[in-house]
Design a protein around this ligand. Structure first.
Ligand code: LLP
Length: 402
């Protein structure tokens, strides 16, 4: 989490221990462009907590949340596997020391080349998202004279009560195999057991989920499917609950988040006990989000008859979440001014030539903010840098793990 030290400088803090003030880091780097700063202590704490809480459930970190090499290496060192969704992510995992046996390959659009690579590498599990994908995997495995280790990703038709763009478990979503198509999948499995090794089932109903009821509904639906399949003699190795556990973006409330993780763990264990040997999860955001901030510089203060704009040097190209999902991230100055109360409302916008380039439409800050001041955009460790781009031919931000 972030706190001000006795000199009013913003620092990462954990267990009453303060990091070097962020302003010192910025000054030492001779700031040239926005910086994603990540705090290792926080990251370590999160992954260790989740590992202990979930054990013996295995964690496969969703690499799409943040693929910055030092973070990936740190997580792999802590013993987690990776949930990957492209050849690029497979290669990123390999480069950073993750063995294929600790990778799960998800995603609706796996290409021929990607599937072939996954099978040749002997990736732990391929989560299959459709009937044509299952057929393609089977035929590629046969041509390689190998067996593809697959799990069927079920679409349970559950409303995850999250932003529609990050809900994935409803029947109108492109993800997973709908339950009425499972009998077809079963027939394909039966007739292709020479090329398909059936490991079990997977789910992923969406992201930033703070209500555990949709998870329970999905786990129960899958449980019925499992019982049904078991009654026909199928034996499963693995059940994969996916990711999606949400965090609090409006305030620091790590105790509640840890409690939620604990309850999620109990749900998975209680729902599927005796139904398989291995249980997997694929969290992304929960592990990395709080450990990251995006540092930006105020370029201009522009007062119009409608708004007081703070035009900063980062924007939707570095942090798409506000423009894409109307996500709200807290924003704090790197140096707090004790003599002024935050009572001026600013709209924080970026340099991109789009009116959607708003980082936060209303932030209360002191009215003595000036050009050249630095601001920290909080909780941007997940889906920040990994979704950034060079729109308007602007540079990507710098990244640093401290
Ligand atoms: N497993 C699968 C198959 C996924 O598609 C995802 C995320 C995860 C696991 C990890 O979900 P998490 O634990 O991070 O919620 N860009 C959006 C989030 C999109 C998530 C996509 N899939 C955002 O910024 O909120």
């Amino acid at each position: 989490m972030l706190n001000y030290n006795s000199q009013n400088q913003l620092c990462f803090s954990h267990d009453n221990k303060f990091s070097d003030p962020l302003i010192n880091i910025v000054n030492n780097l001779k700031y040239e462009k926005p910086i994603y700063l990540y705090y290792k202590e926080e990251l370590e704490h999160r992954v260790r907590f989740l590992k202990n809480t979930l054990s013996p459930i295995e964690i496969f970190y969703a690499l799409k949340a943040n693929a910055f090499a030092p973070i990936v290496q740190m997580l792999i060192k802590e013993g987690v596997g990776l949930d990957v969704v492209s050849l690029g992510e497979i290669e990123c995992g390999l480069r950073n020391g993750c063995p294929p046996q600790k990778m799960i390959f998800s995603g609706v659009g796996k290409s021929h080349k990607e599937i072939e690579m996954a099978i040749r590498l002997k990736i732990r599990q391929i989560n299959v998202e459709s009937i044509p994908e299952l057929l393609r995997i089977s035929s590629i495995a046969r041509s390689l004279n190998l067996k593809a280790p697959i799990a069927l990703r079920v679409n349970p038709d559950v409303d995850a009560a999250t932003h529609p763009y990050i809900a994935t478990g409803l029947k109108n979503n492109k993800f997973g195999i709908e339950t009425i198509a499972l009998s077809e999948a079963e027939n394909i499995l039966h007739s292709n057991l020479d090329s398909l090794e059936f490991l079990g089932f997977s789910l992923h109903i969406g992201s930033q989920i703070l209500d555990l009821n949709p998870f329970q509904e999905a786990f129960d639906k899958l449980k019925n499917i499992i019982i049904d399949w078991q009654s026909r003699g199928w034996i499963f190795n693995t059940l994969d609950a996916g990711g999606g556990l949400g965090i609090n973006y409006t305030q620091d409330d790590f105790a509640s988040e840890e409690k939620l993780a604990q309850q999620w763990s109990n749900q998975i264990k209680n729902s599927w006990k005796n139904n398989a040997e291995n249980f997997f999860v694929e969290p992304g955001r929960w592990l990395v989000s709080h450990s990251g901030v995006l540092i930006t510089k105020v370029e201009y203060i522009k007062k119009t008859s409608h708004h007081q704009f703070l035009i900063v040097d980062t924007g939707m190209h570095h942090l798409m979440r506000p423009a894409l999902y109307q996500a709200k991230h807290r924003i704090l100055p790197l140096i707090k001014n004790n003599n002024f109360e935050p009572q001026t409302s600013y709209q924080i916008v970026g340099p991109i030539c789009e009116s959607s380039d708003v980082i936060n439409s209303e932030v209360m800050l002191t009215d003595n903010i000036t050009e050249g001041d630095y601001l920290a955009i909080l909780d941007t460790g997940a889906y920040g840098s990994s979704m950034s781009n060079c729109y308007n031919q602007r540079e990507l931000p710098l990244e640093l793990l401290i």
